[in-house]
Write a protein that binds this ligand. Structure first.
Ligand SMILES: [Zn+2]
Length: 422
């Protein structure tokens, strides 16, 4: 086969740079490889490089204000193929619905003809266009194959990996899984101060893959945390007519009426609830009607329990403030926020985002002031959270079904060695 004129490649490469697109033609790569061998003082190879490819694979994403036809023109696709390809696509997919940022791959011959094109319509579908020998194009929409597998993950808190995030990172898992695990045990364990080297955990989690590549976690089905010799276990179970939740061995809910705090990881308290303290800005003594949590600006603040937003706006001293009314005469409040994510009247579930940490109002720096009122009077939230009863247990009529599911999940939780021995 003939080597393409060198200027073709030089002309194409700048396009890749301008459009932020990776262009790596097989030929171009082989040439580059041969060149680097020569640079390295290796034997000059003249005859043993087989240039098998006559085309270039162009991969990129759709840019703003570019039509499919315009995009093909940018890559110097010949006019006949541009029109025939667009017409073929139009028979199965409305070309005006090509979306900015979606990925595509074009297999393009060096003379400007197209061999094939792939375009990812969305997370579930892909458009594939193929040319035959007579330069006719056929377009089809394919379903992208997805799979959910159930995997066991084990990890260990150590000096090198003192947090849950680091311990999961050490076994190749991601931050999302640490957040999900912290959520499961949020009423039971303080992940910022109660972990010690030697603590161990295991969990069984759904893992989504898309054509072999990781595509996110599903639900954690079971989890065990052995902290300072105390084993905490959680099993996911859905009593009929109720959303899935986590329960302990006896079927008691791990969910509390209140979350342990309105921040994701149990944060450090920098100022406690008190009936009298000297205010750092106002410089006179007055009650501190809540607790201050040290947290970076922008950290998500969530509702501690389900309820209705009664205020989302500016208050004197509190800056951007959210108040949520709950059952049993409780009202929670979140002060000094940098942004609000709810409006007065919004219904929120436990754990829903209400705003982000900031330093608005009377604040010396970014932190969250969290307050709780019961029947109109401020109470100490830390004490109140601890004393509130847990959520509903598995109903008595479903205990037998729960025990079956718990036993199955417990088996999956066991270390691989123990499973093999059984
Ligand atoms: Zn405060």
């Amino acid at each position: 086969m003939t080597r393409p004129p060198a200027n073709t490649m030089r002309r194409l490469l700048p396009f890749g740079l301008v459009l932020g697109v990776a262009v790596c033609g097989t030929v171009a790569c082989q040439v580059a490889e041969a060149q680097s061998l020569a640079d390295a003082g290796g034997p000059r190879r003249t005859t043993d490089i087989e240039l098998v490819s006559d085309s270039q694979l162009i991969a990129g994403s759709i840019q703003p204000r570019v039509t499919l036809d315009g995009m093909l023109a940018r890559y110097e696709v010949v006019e006949h193929d541009r029109h025939a390809l667009v017409a073929a696509v139009q028979r199965v997919f409305d070309v005006r619905r090509v979306r900015v940022g979606q990925r595509f791959t074009i297999d393009r011959l060096f003379d400007g003809r197209v061999r094939s094109l792939e375009y990812e319509i969305d997370g579930d579908r892909r458009l594939r266009v193929l040319a035959d020998e007579s330069r006719a194009f056929t377009a089809v929409i394919e379903t992208i194959a997805k799979e959910i597998t159930v995997d066991a993950v084990e990890g260990r808190i150590s000096k090198e990996a003192p947090s849950l995030t680091q311990a999961l990172d050490a076994v190749g898992e991601r931050l999302d899984l640490a957040l999900a695990m912290a959520d499961v045990f949020s009423g039971e364990l303080d992940f910022s101060s109660e972990l010690q080297p030697g603590d161990e955990f295991r969990l069984v989690v759904e893992r989504k893959t898309r054509e072999g590549a990781f595509a996110g976690y599903g639900a954690i089905l079971a989890a065990e945390f052995v902290a300072s010799g105390r084993a905490l276990r959680a099993y996911r179970y859905a009593p009929s007519g109720v959303r899935p939740a986590y329960y302990d061995e006896e079927g008691r809910s791990l969910k509390r009426f209140f979350l342990k705090s309105p921040l994701k990881f149990e944060p450090r308290i920098t100022s406690r609830f008190s009936s009298a303290r000297r205010h750092p800005i106002l410089k006179y003594t007055r009650a501190h009607n809540g607790v201050d949590y040290s947290a970076p600006s922008g950290a998500p603040v969530v509702a501690v329990a389900p309820g209705t937003v009664t205020l989302a706006g500016w208050t004197n001293g509190g800056g951007r403030t959210v108040r949520v009314r709950h059952n049993n005469g409780y009202e929670s409040e979140y002060l000094h926020l940098s942004s609000l994510h709810v409006r007065a009247g919004t219904r929120v579930s436990q754990g829903d985002l209400v705003g982000k940490v900031g330093a608005t109002g009377l604040a010396t720096g970014p932190h969250l002031h969290y307050g709780l009122r019961k029947n109109g009077a401020y109470v100490n939230p830390v004490v109140e959270h601890r004393n509130m009863p847990p959520g509903e247990p598995v109903p008595a009529v479903e205990l037998a079904a729960f025990v079956l599911e718990r036993t199955r999940l417990f088996g999956l939780l066991q270390p691989a060695a123990a499973r093999a021995a059984n």
